[in-house]
Design a protein around this ligand. Structure first.
Ligand code: NDP
Length: 326
């Protein structure tokens, strides 16, 4: 038996309880893992509170991320004692996830834990960090270089945003951070490497089709009118990587930035990201994230504190990353 956070549904409401579960109840998979850490993402918050339709069947153990040690394996790639990391692949949505002391998963979904990260650090990165890395890579791949101008990051104090700010600064980009919490989080964002802090309210005003050109590129985690405004201000030949919808899934924009300024819009998905790209991104993260990131922008909680943190993340009240110790 082991401890797990289990989501069930009663009268269309999601109930989250901590209970003992038998290993035999775990879903099918070729690798059994003793979980060391999970993390809390926005998506986990939606699943645990029931505010978003994330969970595809109940009962469900949430947790789209986990790190741990292989306890049993029927796959040649993984052996007992190996340290692994898992993000995405619908784990915590359609397959029991990381907020439990054990997980059984498909070997195809796993990545060997990068050598210079420990399990806790890997969860401080987690889905949010991997997504931030993929967004930054998209800006680099689009040919936007640090001398082209500032890169704007929205939802900057969140999990994805805070890692994106850090990575861009490490690569030598000037970073403008858009946040709804400029007063409280401005100093942290500056420590992470932001050169300019902008209050989100500026970006919530209706966007004109084309505004003054201000940014060489953008990483957007928010969507909706904030993204529309960002798009209207991107420089000629700029690139925008978008991954999130914290402010809404609509996009009230026009074709103008794309057809008159040659702006490139790149969607980013980390969930189904293929193994090679995933492994490269983890490698790059270990090279780029400074030790200070792990001290500044992360908080560790127990399974018992998850429900409260889940509510907070859906209300935009969490700064940086939350990791869960199993
Ligand atoms: P967080 O909750 O940690 O961060 C989101 C941030 O967005 C908040 O911290 C806040 O930043 C800002 N925000 C919150 N509410 C609003 C609002 N109503 N309007 C504008 N801004 C708001 O979430 P994550 O960083 O984990 O995820 C960010 C987004 O990216 C989510 O939508 C998530 O679903 C998505 N995502 C997508 C992935 C993919 O593979 N495509 C993977 C991971 C995440 P501040 O206070 O600084 O304004």
């Amino acid at each position: 038996m082991f401890k797990a956070l289990v989501l069930e549904q009663e009268d269309k409401k999601t109930l989250a309880t901590i209970r003992q579960v038998a290993t035999s109840e775990l879903p099918e998979g070729d690798v059994l893992i003793d979980v060391d850490y999970s993390s809390l993402n926005y998506k986990d918050g939606l699943a645990i509170t029931g505010k978003g339709r994330i969970v595809r069947q109940f009962p469900m153990v949430p947790g789209v991320d986990l790190t741990g040690t292989v306890a049993e394996s029927s796959d040649d790639r993984y052996h007992v004692g190996d340290k692994v990391v898992l993000t995405g692949w619908g784990v915590g949505e359609g397959h029991w996830g990381g907020m439990a002391e054990k997980a059984r998963l498909k070997a195809d979904w796993l990545v060997p834990l990068p050598t210079n990260l420990d399990g806790k650090q890997a969860m401080m990165v987690g889905t949010a960090g991997l997504t931030a890395m993929l967004c930054v890579q998209a800006i680099v791949d689009a040919g936007v270089t640090p001398d082209a101008g500032e890169i704007i990051v929205t939802g900057a104090s969140g999990g994805v945003g805070s890692v994106a700010v850090t990575l861009l600064a490490q690569l030598g980009y000037k970073v403008a951070a858009v946040t709804g919490r400029a007063e409280t989080n401005g100093p942290l964002l500056k420590q992470l490497g932001a050169t300019t802090i902008i209050d989100r309210s500026v970006f919530e005003e209706p966007a004109r089709p084309l505004d003054k050109q201000l940014w060489a590129g953008a990483i957007d985690t928010v969507g909706s009118k904030v993204l529309a405004k960002v798009l209207s201000q991107i420089n000629y030949n700029g690139a925008v990587a978008i991954c999130g919808l914290a402010g809404g899934f609509d996009l009230p924009t026009t074709v103008m930035p794309f057809i008159l300024r040659n702006v490139r819009l790149q969607g980013i998905d980390s969930v189904m990201c293929p193994f090679e790209k995933r492994q490269q991104a983890w490698q790059r993260l270990t090279e780029l994230l400074p030790a200070s990131y792990f001290e500044q922008a992360c908080r560790e909680v127990s399974l018992e504190q998850v429900a409260e943190c889940a509510e907070a993340i859906t209300n935009g009240q969490i700064t940086g990353r939350v990791v869960i110790k199993l």
